[in-house]
Design a protein around this ligand. Structure first.
Ligand code: GLU
Length: 318
Protein backbone atom coordinates (compact mmCIF):
# COMPACT_ATOMS: atom_id res chain seq x y z
CA UNK A 1 0.00 0.00 0.00
CA UNK A 2 1.33 3.47 -0.87
CA UNK A 3 2.33 5.61 2.13
CA UNK A 4 -0.28 8.21 3.09
CA UNK A 5 0.32 11.63 1.55
CA UNK A 6 1.24 14.52 3.83
CA UNK A 7 1.39 17.98 2.25
CA UNK A 8 2.20 21.23 3.95
CA UNK A 9 1.85 24.99 4.08
CA UNK A 10 5.13 26.62 5.15
CA UNK A 11 4.45 30.35 5.20
CA UNK A 12 6.82 33.00 6.50
CA UNK A 13 4.79 35.42 8.64
CA UNK A 14 6.55 38.55 7.45
CA UNK A 15 3.46 40.36 6.15
CA UNK A 16 -0.07 39.79 4.94
CA UNK A 17 -0.55 36.93 2.46
CA UNK A 18 -0.75 38.14 -1.10
CA UNK A 19 -2.50 36.42 -3.98
CA UNK A 20 0.67 34.57 -4.99
CA UNK A 21 1.00 33.04 -1.51
CA UNK A 22 -2.65 32.09 -1.64
CA UNK A 23 -2.39 30.49 -5.08
CA UNK A 24 0.55 28.42 -3.88
CA UNK A 25 -1.34 27.39 -0.73
CA UNK A 26 -4.36 26.47 -2.85
CA UNK A 27 -2.24 24.23 -5.10
CA UNK A 28 -0.54 22.60 -2.09
CA UNK A 29 -3.93 21.96 -0.51
CA UNK A 30 -5.47 20.55 -3.72
CA UNK A 31 -2.47 18.34 -4.38
CA UNK A 32 -2.55 16.81 -0.89
CA UNK A 33 -6.33 16.57 -0.53
CA UNK A 34 -6.87 15.09 -3.97
CA UNK A 35 -4.57 12.25 -2.91
CA UNK A 36 -6.61 11.85 0.29
CA UNK A 37 -3.69 13.32 2.23
CA UNK A 38 -3.26 15.37 5.37
CA UNK A 39 -1.89 18.91 5.52
CA UNK A 40 0.59 20.31 8.04
CA UNK A 41 0.95 24.02 8.79
CA UNK A 42 4.49 25.01 9.73
CA UNK A 43 5.28 28.59 10.61
CA UNK A 44 8.64 29.64 9.15
CA UNK A 45 9.46 32.35 11.66
CA UNK A 46 13.19 31.68 12.02
CA UNK A 47 14.00 35.29 11.36
CA UNK A 48 12.38 36.86 14.39
CA UNK A 49 13.36 40.35 13.25
CA UNK A 50 11.28 40.03 10.10
CA UNK A 51 8.33 37.97 11.31
CA UNK A 52 5.66 38.43 13.96
CA UNK A 53 3.02 36.58 15.92
CA UNK A 54 0.39 39.01 14.66
CA UNK A 55 1.17 38.05 11.05
CA UNK A 56 1.09 34.37 12.01
CA UNK A 57 -2.38 34.76 13.52
CA UNK A 58 -3.47 36.65 10.45
CA UNK A 59 -2.20 34.11 7.98
CA UNK A 60 -4.00 31.33 9.84
CA UNK A 61 -7.19 33.40 9.55
CA UNK A 62 -6.56 34.08 5.87
CA UNK A 63 -6.04 30.40 5.02
CA UNK A 64 -9.17 29.40 6.91
CA UNK A 65 -11.19 32.23 5.34
CA UNK A 66 -10.50 30.67 1.95
CA UNK A 67 -11.30 27.15 3.16
CA UNK A 68 -7.68 25.99 3.12
CA UNK A 69 -7.66 23.93 6.29
CA UNK A 70 -4.91 21.83 7.85
CA UNK A 71 -4.85 18.85 10.15
CA UNK A 72 -1.75 19.50 12.19
CA UNK A 73 0.39 22.45 13.11
CA UNK A 74 -0.01 26.17 13.43
CA UNK A 75 -0.17 28.11 16.65
CA UNK A 76 -2.66 25.95 18.49
CA UNK A 77 -0.88 22.67 17.79
CA UNK A 78 0.19 20.48 20.67
CA UNK A 79 2.46 17.44 20.47
CA UNK A 80 4.27 16.39 18.32
CA UNK A 81 5.00 20.08 17.64
CA UNK A 82 6.07 22.77 18.05
CA UNK A 83 5.35 23.76 14.47
CA UNK A 84 6.90 27.24 14.70
CA UNK A 85 10.52 27.14 13.56
CA UNK A 86 11.50 29.72 16.17
CA UNK A 87 10.79 27.05 18.81
CA UNK A 88 12.70 24.24 17.14
CA UNK A 89 16.30 25.38 17.68
CA UNK A 90 17.30 22.36 19.80
CA UNK A 91 16.21 20.05 16.99
CA UNK A 92 18.24 21.98 14.41
CA UNK A 93 21.27 21.86 16.74
CA UNK A 94 21.00 18.06 16.71
CA UNK A 95 20.87 17.96 12.91
CA UNK A 96 23.82 20.34 12.68
CA UNK A 97 25.84 18.04 14.96
CA UNK A 98 25.23 15.15 12.57
CA UNK A 99 26.72 17.21 9.74
CA UNK A 100 29.62 18.39 11.90
CA UNK A 101 30.39 14.77 12.81
CA UNK A 102 30.89 14.12 9.08
CA UNK A 103 33.53 16.89 8.91
CA UNK A 104 31.45 18.86 6.42
CA UNK A 105 30.83 22.07 8.35
CA UNK A 106 33.25 24.97 8.67
CA UNK A 107 33.10 28.45 10.18
CA UNK A 108 32.94 31.39 7.80
CA UNK A 109 34.02 34.84 8.95
CA UNK A 110 33.34 36.74 5.74
CA UNK A 111 31.44 39.97 6.14
CA UNK A 112 28.62 40.86 3.79
CA UNK A 113 30.91 43.31 1.97
CA UNK A 114 33.61 40.64 1.52
CA UNK A 115 31.05 38.20 0.18
CA UNK A 116 29.81 40.69 -2.36
CA UNK A 117 33.32 41.55 -3.45
CA UNK A 118 34.52 37.95 -3.82
CA UNK A 119 31.47 36.03 -4.97
CA UNK A 120 29.88 35.52 -8.33
CA UNK A 121 26.09 35.81 -8.50
CA UNK A 122 24.36 32.47 -8.19
CA UNK A 123 23.76 31.03 -11.61
CA UNK A 124 20.13 30.27 -11.00
CA UNK A 125 18.55 32.50 -8.38
CA UNK A 126 20.67 35.61 -7.98
CA UNK A 127 22.09 34.50 -4.61
CA UNK A 128 25.83 34.72 -4.13
CA UNK A 129 28.00 31.79 -5.08
CA UNK A 130 30.51 31.53 -2.24
CA UNK A 131 34.09 31.60 -3.49
CA UNK A 132 35.36 29.48 -0.59
CA UNK A 133 37.56 31.99 1.25
CA UNK A 134 37.16 30.34 4.69
CA UNK A 135 37.03 26.76 3.39
CA UNK A 136 40.56 25.89 4.41
CA UNK A 137 41.18 27.90 7.58
CA UNK A 138 43.17 25.87 10.11
CA UNK A 139 41.38 25.07 13.39
CA UNK A 140 43.81 27.41 15.22
CA UNK A 141 43.15 30.27 12.83
CA UNK A 142 39.40 29.72 13.06
CA UNK A 143 39.53 29.67 16.88
CA UNK A 144 41.55 32.92 16.93
CA UNK A 145 39.14 34.65 14.59
CA UNK A 146 36.11 33.40 16.52
CA UNK A 147 37.38 35.42 19.52
CA UNK A 148 36.74 38.60 17.54
CA UNK A 149 33.62 37.78 15.58
CA UNK A 150 31.11 34.93 15.71
CA UNK A 151 31.23 32.94 12.48
CA UNK A 152 28.45 31.69 10.25
CA UNK A 153 28.58 27.94 9.58
CA UNK A 154 28.79 26.61 6.04
CA UNK A 155 28.32 23.20 4.53
CA UNK A 156 31.02 21.95 2.19
CA UNK A 157 29.33 20.77 -1.03
CA UNK A 158 30.70 18.30 -3.56
CA UNK A 159 31.19 18.94 -7.27
CA UNK A 160 28.41 16.51 -7.86
CA UNK A 161 25.27 16.72 -9.90
CA UNK A 162 22.12 16.31 -7.84
CA UNK A 163 19.20 15.34 -10.04
CA UNK A 164 15.51 15.02 -9.30
CA UNK A 165 12.20 15.07 -11.14
CA UNK A 166 9.96 17.94 -10.23
CA UNK A 167 6.26 17.08 -10.24
CA UNK A 168 5.56 20.10 -12.43
CA UNK A 169 8.79 21.19 -14.14
CA UNK A 170 10.15 17.69 -14.86
CA UNK A 171 13.79 16.58 -14.71
CA UNK A 172 16.14 19.02 -12.98
CA UNK A 173 19.82 18.82 -12.10
CA UNK A 174 22.30 21.06 -10.38
CA UNK A 175 26.00 20.73 -9.74
CA UNK A 176 26.24 21.94 -6.17
CA UNK A 177 29.83 23.20 -6.28
CA UNK A 178 29.41 24.97 -9.60
CA UNK A 179 25.85 26.25 -9.36
CA UNK A 180 25.43 26.86 -5.69
CA UNK A 181 28.66 26.73 -3.64
CA UNK A 182 29.12 25.96 0.04
CA UNK A 183 25.98 27.23 1.70
CA UNK A 184 25.09 28.62 5.11
CA UNK A 185 23.59 26.35 7.75
CA UNK A 186 23.60 28.81 10.61
CA UNK A 187 24.04 32.56 10.40
CA UNK A 188 26.63 34.42 12.47
CA UNK A 189 23.83 35.65 14.77
CA UNK A 190 22.99 32.01 15.59
CA UNK A 191 19.81 31.82 13.50
CA UNK A 192 19.51 28.58 11.54
CA UNK A 193 19.29 28.96 7.80
CA UNK A 194 16.23 28.14 5.75
CA UNK A 195 17.83 25.20 3.87
CA UNK A 196 18.66 23.19 6.96
CA UNK A 197 15.48 24.02 8.85
CA UNK A 198 13.15 23.28 5.96
CA UNK A 199 14.67 19.89 5.08
CA UNK A 200 14.96 18.77 8.70
CA UNK A 201 11.41 19.93 9.47
CA UNK A 202 9.74 18.41 6.43
CA UNK A 203 11.32 15.09 7.41
CA UNK A 204 10.43 15.40 11.10
CA UNK A 205 6.84 16.35 10.29
CA UNK A 206 6.39 13.37 7.97
CA UNK A 207 5.85 15.55 4.89
CA UNK A 208 5.82 13.43 1.74
CA UNK A 209 4.85 16.12 -0.76
CA UNK A 210 6.26 19.65 -1.02
CA UNK A 211 4.38 22.15 -3.17
CA UNK A 212 5.82 25.67 -3.24
CA UNK A 213 6.73 28.53 -5.53
CA UNK A 214 9.10 28.18 -8.45
CA UNK A 215 11.44 30.65 -6.76
CA UNK A 216 12.51 27.74 -4.52
CA UNK A 217 13.12 25.25 -7.34
CA UNK A 218 16.85 25.97 -7.25
CA UNK A 219 16.98 25.32 -3.48
CA UNK A 220 15.77 21.76 -3.93
CA UNK A 221 19.15 20.14 -4.81
CA UNK A 222 20.68 21.66 -1.66
CA UNK A 223 17.83 20.24 0.38
CA UNK A 224 18.14 16.83 -1.28
CA UNK A 225 21.82 16.82 -0.42
CA UNK A 226 20.93 17.57 3.22
CA UNK A 227 18.39 14.75 3.28
CA UNK A 228 21.09 12.41 2.10
CA UNK A 229 23.67 13.55 4.66
CA UNK A 230 21.14 13.44 7.50
CA UNK A 231 19.87 10.01 6.49
CA UNK A 232 16.31 11.33 6.03
CA UNK A 233 13.77 10.28 3.41
CA UNK A 234 13.08 13.13 0.95
CA UNK A 235 9.54 14.11 -0.06
CA UNK A 236 8.41 14.62 -3.64
CA UNK A 237 8.58 18.19 -4.93
CA UNK A 238 6.26 20.11 -7.24
CA UNK A 239 6.91 23.78 -7.86
CA UNK A 240 4.26 26.25 -8.89
CA UNK A 241 4.59 29.18 -11.29
CA UNK A 242 4.68 32.58 -9.64
CA UNK A 243 1.82 35.00 -9.87
CA UNK A 244 2.80 38.37 -11.31
CA UNK A 245 1.05 41.72 -11.12
CA UNK A 246 -0.68 42.86 -14.36
CA UNK A 247 2.43 44.94 -15.19
CA UNK A 248 4.67 41.86 -14.88
CA UNK A 249 6.36 42.62 -11.57
CA UNK A 250 6.63 39.97 -8.84
CA UNK A 251 3.99 40.28 -6.14
CA UNK A 252 5.34 41.15 -2.74
CA UNK A 253 3.92 41.30 0.75
CA UNK A 254 4.37 45.05 0.48
CA UNK A 255 1.77 45.18 -2.31
CA UNK A 256 -1.13 46.01 -0.04
CA UNK A 257 -3.45 46.36 -3.01
CA UNK A 258 -3.46 42.64 -3.66
CA UNK A 259 -3.55 41.29 -0.13
CA UNK A 260 -6.42 39.08 0.94
CA UNK A 261 -7.33 41.69 3.53
CA UNK A 262 -7.89 44.40 0.96
CA UNK A 263 -9.81 42.09 -1.39
CA UNK A 264 -12.16 40.96 1.39
CA UNK A 265 -12.46 44.61 2.44
CA UNK A 266 -13.42 45.53 -1.13
CA UNK A 267 -16.31 43.07 -0.89
CA UNK A 268 -14.96 39.98 -2.69
CA UNK A 269 -16.21 36.75 -1.16
CA UNK A 270 -13.68 33.96 -0.44
CA UNK A 271 -15.24 31.90 -3.26
CA UNK A 272 -14.86 34.78 -5.72
CA UNK A 273 -11.18 35.05 -4.80
CA UNK A 274 -10.57 31.28 -5.03
CA UNK A 275 -12.44 31.04 -8.33
CA UNK A 276 -10.36 33.84 -9.85
CA UNK A 277 -7.13 32.26 -8.63
CA UNK A 278 -8.16 28.87 -10.00
CA UNK A 279 -9.01 30.51 -13.34
CA UNK A 280 -5.53 32.11 -13.47
CA UNK A 281 -3.98 28.72 -12.72
CA UNK A 282 -5.85 27.01 -15.57
CA UNK A 283 -8.13 24.98 -13.30
CA UNK A 284 -11.37 26.70 -14.34
CA UNK A 285 -12.39 28.03 -17.74
CA UNK A 286 -14.07 31.08 -16.24
CA UNK A 287 -13.45 33.04 -13.03
CA UNK A 288 -16.64 31.85 -11.33
CA UNK A 289 -17.03 31.70 -7.53
CA UNK A 290 -15.73 28.33 -6.30
CA UNK A 291 -14.67 26.84 -2.97
CA UNK A 292 -11.38 24.89 -2.85
CA UNK A 293 -13.21 21.60 -2.22
CA UNK A 294 -15.21 22.11 -5.45
CA UNK A 295 -11.93 22.28 -7.36
CA UNK A 296 -10.78 18.83 -6.30
CA UNK A 297 -12.26 17.06 -9.37
CA UNK A 298 -10.63 19.62 -11.70
CA UNK A 299 -7.16 19.76 -10.21
CA UNK A 300 -4.30 18.45 -12.33
CA UNK A 301 -0.74 19.77 -12.56
CA UNK A 302 -1.04 19.37 -16.34
CA UNK A 303 -3.52 22.24 -16.47
CA UNK A 304 -1.25 24.59 -14.52
CA UNK A 305 1.01 26.68 -16.77
CA UNK A 306 4.78 26.41 -16.42
CA UNK A 307 5.41 30.09 -17.20
CA UNK A 308 4.71 32.57 -14.45
CA UNK A 309 1.13 33.80 -14.48
CA UNK A 310 0.37 37.44 -15.08
CA UNK A 311 -2.81 38.55 -13.32
CA UNK A 312 -5.21 39.78 -16.01
CA UNK A 313 -5.80 43.51 -15.73
CA UNK A 314 -9.00 44.22 -13.83
CA UNK A 315 -9.57 40.62 -12.61
CA UNK A 316 -9.43 41.76 -9.01
CA UNK A 317 -10.89 45.23 -9.52
CA UNK A 318 -14.25 46.33 -8.19
N1 GLU B 1 8.71 29.87 4.00
C1 GLU B 1 8.89 29.94 2.59
C2 GLU B 1 8.07 31.09 2.02
O1 GLU B 1 7.15 31.56 2.67
C3 GLU B 1 8.49 28.68 1.88
C4 GLU B 1 9.45 27.59 2.14
C5 GLU B 1 9.12 26.29 1.45
O2 GLU B 1 8.00 26.11 1.01
O3 GLU B 1 10.02 25.46 1.38
O4 GLU B 1 8.35 31.53 0.94
Amino acid sequence: MAAPVVGRFAPTPSGRMHLGNLLCSLLAWLSARQAGGRVVLRIEDLDQGRTSLAYTRQLEKDLLALGLNWDEGGLSAGAPGPYCQSQRTAYYEGQLKKLQAQGLVYPCFCSRAELHAASAPHASDGELLYAGKCRSLSPEEAAARAQKRPPALRLRVPGEEIAFTDGHYGPMAQNLARDCGDFILRRSDGVFAYQLAVAADDAAMGVTQVVRGRDLLSSTPRQLYLYRLLGLAPPSFAHAPLLLAPDGRRLSKRDKDISLESLLGAGFTPEEITGRLAFCAGLLDSPRPTAPAQLLPFFSWQKVPKEDIRLPEGLFAR
